[in-house]
Design a protein around this ligand. Structure first.
Ligand code: ADP
Ligand code: ASP
Ligand code: MG
Length: 403
């Protein structure tokens, strides 16, 4: 059976007209003889509206109930899409995550997929039905509804492609591919024909929300080729593929930023084995996601450690750090809210000189202060003030990617 897995994002199913357009696109594939499995997101900004609704009831929502609510958006779009297909004489059936047993861990709001049963999907496909699955949701072992993190429908689609052993997964969105920067920030970014899993993963992790980062991890692990393309036209998009299969390798293939982060520094903790482990163990125990970590070189038996967390986790993280300060006799815990991480990513960086110095120079020429620096094999990231995030992306893009 030649199974195609397609995912349509929020804007792609944002109105009745868009749902009908998606239905006719699916019809074309059915008529070509393909078995089609479709994953959809909630219509337009539905999920954001649900979050706002919660904010008007409580500042401290119960996590289980939050996932129960947020998962409803996708239930609306799957059923409407099934009806739109019925209208054009295509047999289709919609399923929620729990109906097809998308089993996840119990980590509400950021659950990880453990397994997916293919029985129901396969038997519906054998009955020549288009199968429409609600993205972003699953159930845990206790049958609580869970969600996979904002933007998680991409991950639902790739996980389905993996279990259905489909080599390709098409991600339909409101841009016609992956660009060298967010087209909402840079006026003329270049569209990439192809990008490696590693670069795409790094870009997504560092803020490019065109793909959910876990979807790329799945794609790489199960060798699913991702085709990111627009549901508004028929242009070829961007293929996300193994590094070895790529024709061109750029020094920098993308520039991105992640805003609304906070920086914490714990000053003068003992410089001996086990201290960093202890600090980050405490933060992990309190379910605080730590992003960038930089430790200063020790001096006089003391070292300082800086790291970033989400703005929204800052208060919780500071409480934990105050306890650590007392326990380890640190001299201070400093913090700064509203910072951004701006990054340049590219596999060609591995074999090029001077990329970091060019990036730092261009930021300094625009009077943007670098507060922390971190690097990986294929990426360089700088912590700067939130206010300059867009400017930094523009000038770094201009330096490396515009003639
Ligand atoms: P969907 O609802 O289809 O999942 P998203 O809004 O999650 O769509 O992702 C698409 C958006 O990602 C685009 O509208 C674009 O603004 C943004 N984006 C960020 N970085 C990039 C990039 N490098 N290339 C393309 N789009 C990007
Ligand atoms: N509807 C969810 C969100 O807005 C999932 C998704 O769109 O991928 O985050
Ligand atoms: Mg998305």
């Amino acid at each position: 059976m030649n199974i195609i897995v397609q995912k349509y994002g929020g804007t792609s199913v944002g109105s009745p007209e868009r749902i009908k357009a998606v239905a006719s696109r699916i019809k074309t594939n059915v008529e070509k003889g393909h078995s089609v499995v479709v994953v959809v997101s909630a219509m337009g900004k539905t999920t954001d509206s649900l979050v706002e609704l919660v904010n008007s009831i409580t500042k401290n929502p119960d996590k289980r109930e939050m996932d129960m609510l947020l998962s409803t958006g996708e239930q609306v779009s799957i059923s409407l899409l099934a009806m739109a297909l019925h209208e054009i004489k295509i047999d289709a059936i919609s399923y929620t995550g729990s109906q097809i047993k998308v089993l996840t861990d119990g980590n509400f709001a950021n659950a990880k997929i453990v397994s997916i049963s293919t029985d129901k999907i396969m038997s519906s496909l054998q009955q020549k039905k288009v199968v429409i699955v609600a993205g972003f949701q699953g159930i845990d072992e206790e049958e609580n509804i869970t969600t996979l993190g904002r933007g998680g429908s991409d991950t639902s689609a790739v996980a389905l492609a993996a279990v259905l052993q489909s080599r390709d997964c098409e991600i339909y969105t409101d841009v016609d591919g992956v660009y060298t920067a967010d087209p909402r920030i840079v006026s003329e970014p270049k569209k990439l024909k192809e990008i490696s899993y590693d670069e795409m993963l790094e870009l997504a992790r560092l803020g490019a929300k065109v793909l959910h980062s876990r979807s790329i991890e799945f794609a790489k692990k199960y060798n699913v080729r991702l085709h990111v393309r627009s549901s508004f036209n028929y242009e070829e998009g961007t293929i996300v593929m193994p590094r070895e299969e790529m024709m061109e390798k750029f020094v920098i293939s993308g520039v991105t930023s992640k805003k609304d982060q906070a920086k914490i520094t714990i000053r003068n903790i003992p410089d001996r084995p086990g201290i960093a482990a202890e600090v980050f163990h405490e933060l992990a125990e309190n379910k605080i996601l730590v992003d960038m970590i930089v430790q200063s070189t020790g001096h006089d038996g003391k070292a300082s450690i800086s790291f970033t967390v989400l703005n929204t986790d800052l208060d919780k993280a500071l409480k934990v750090c105050e306890d650590i300060k007392t326990k380890l006799k640190a001299t201070a815990v400093d913090n700064k809210k509203d910072i951004a991480i701006v990054s340049a990513v590219g596999v060609g960086m591995i074999s090029s000189y001077g990329v970091a110095s060019r990036m730092f120079r261009i930021l300094s020429e625009h009077n943007i202060n670098i507060e922390m620096i971190s690097t990986s094999e294929i990426g360089i990231s700088c912590v700067i003030d939130n206010l300059y995030a867009e400017l930094a992306v523009k000038v770094i893009h201009k330096e490396f990617l515009e003639e």
